[in-house]
Design a protein around this ligand. Structure first.
Ligand code: SAH
Length: 344
């Protein structure tokens, strides 16, 4: 990482415009520069042929264009899922997963290097937290994958390594850059952000009315079980979390999706479905059931059968739920596992 120069790819348009004016240049140069960075996605200022060489010199002096490189690419033999292990400029690693659905190409990106949240079933948090990703590092996961695969990402999920609401400001800047019509121009209606439940940040996010879908990792509907598997629950209880979710829905009109990873012997019983019904019955939301992915450091297990059985239990209470399709099962597409092989 270059500490003296500014990471230009992380600057939202208005900020870039201010920088261009501070360099003594005409305002319209900012649009040209932004287009080179986010539409044509060049890797050096010298390729920006409609900018004068004196401006290019000034840019080279003050800024750098961040880059990420591929350490490993794994392609599934079962479906079109591709997983990338990317190396950042400070040699840290993150994971990005490209998935093909009927509705189009979707990318799952990381938001932090490691994670502080400590969820017991999750590989991303085992070695702890290293640092937040910058807006450019989140964008580059899209730009690089699009280039390498020759595909356009049509929807995005912030469900890779890290807790996006624990890197709030950078994630919001990233979303503004992503949806800028001068760049990738992705509608935020095609973006889902997944959180373990940082309540004050959910409220802040609601105020911004970005139009994104909020996914909430619930995994248990009683406080004692949830606190055992998700330490964040000791800070914000289930009732506080659901209150914030209801506020989010009434403020934004966007239906919340609750993630529920079924874990054998932990949260897979009929009574657990009843708890969900008592908590969420009557609330216009979606429940996404996931068979927990086995990670080698932990003994949690479940399979498609337990997930389908749990879906039936929920249906007994008149609740709709879907079981998430398993993609890339042969390449450990669940995030955090590949990076661990590299970091230790
Ligand atoms: N920190 C965010 C986003 C990253 S995790 C969050 O907690 O939501 C993305 C999703 O994968 C979350 O729902 C998380 O609980 C789930 N997850 C993590 N490890 C898993 C595993 N081994 N099996 C199934 N789901 C897992």
């Amino acid at each position: 990482m270059n500490f003296e120069k500014t990471d230009i790819l992380s600057l939202e348009f208005e900020k870039l415009e201010r920088e261009v004016i501070a360099l003594g240049e005409a305002k319209f140069r900012a649009s040209q520069l932004f287009g080179w960075l986010h539409e044509k996605r060049v890797k050096s200022f010298d390729e920006m042929t409609n900018l004068s060489s004196s401006l290019r010199d000034k840019l080279n002096e003050r800024f750098y264009i961040n880059q990420i490189s591929v350490s490993k690419r794994l392609a599934s033999n079962k479906d079109n899922t591709v997983k990338y292990l990317y190396e950042l400029s400070d040699k840290n690693h993150i994971e990005t997963v490209l998935m093909e659905y009927d509705h189009g190409t979707s990318l799952c990106i990381s938001t932090q290097v490691g994670c502080k949240m400590g969820c017991k079933f999750c590989a991303s948090t085992i070695a702890g937290f290293k640092r937040n990703l910058t807006p450019s590092e989140m964008l580059l996961q899209i730009y690089e994958t699009e280039k390498l695969e020759g595909k356009k990402v049509q929807s995005l999920v912030l469900m890779g390594i890290g807790e996006p609401l624990d890197n709030f400001d950078n994630v919001i800047s990233f979303l503004r850059l992503l949806s800028d019509k001068r760049g990738k121009n992705l509608s935020l209606r095609h973006v889902s952000l997944s959180t373990c439940g940082i309540v004050p940040r959910i409220k802040e996010l609601a105020e911004l009315e970005l139009g994104i879908t909020l996914s909430v990792s619930l995994h248990a509907a009683n406080d004692s079980t949830r606190s055992k598997i998700m330490p964040i629950n000791n800070k914000y209880s289930i009732s506080e979390l659901i209150k914030a979710c209801k506020e989010y829905f009434s403020k934004t009109g966007r239906r919340i999706s609750f993630e529920y990873s079924v874990i054998d012997g932990v949260n897979d019983k009929h009574k657990n479905a009843e708890e969900i019904y008592k908590l969420l019955g009557g609330f216009n939301c979606h429940i996404n059931i996931i068979p927990v992915n086995k990670i080698k450091e932990r003994s949690f297990t479940s399979n498609r059968k337990s997930a389908n059985a749990f879906k039936k239990y929920l249906e007994d209470f008149g609740m709709n739920a879907t079981v998430r399709r398993t993609l890339g099962s042969d390449i450990d597409a669940a995030c955090g596992q590949l990076r661990r092989e590299y970091e230790i």
